[in-house]
Design a protein around this ligand. Sequence first.
Ligand SMILES: [Zn+2]
Length: 107
Amino acid sequence: MIRGGDAYRSKHRRRAQQHGAVGSFDKWDVQIRFGKQKGLCHYCDEKLDLIGPNKFQVDHFIPLSKGGSNYMNNLVCACPDCNRAKSDKMPWEYRPARFEVGCKRDG
Ligand SMILES: [Zn+2]
C-alpha cells in the first residue's frame, strides 16, 4: 500500500492551483534568472541581496491573481521593497517607465 505519498502530492498541487496558475520553478531557475538580471532588481536596478533581511524575492511579473503562471518566464527577481510595493499590480501599473518604447524585458 502506498500511503502518505499521494496525499502529500495532492496537497502541494492544490496549493499551486490556488489561483489556477500553471507551471513551476525551482531554485536553479531562480539562479539563472538572477544571473540574467546581473543581480539587480528588475524594477529599480538596485543591487539585490542574497542573504539577510533584504534578501531578494521572486516576483510574479504578471500576478497570479491576474492570470500569471508559475513558469520561470513569468518570474523576476525583485528587492523586497519593489515586491511589496508592486503587490498584485500589473508590472506596467507599477513601473510604467519600464514599458516605454526601447525598454528591454531583460534589463
Ligand atoms: Zn527594487
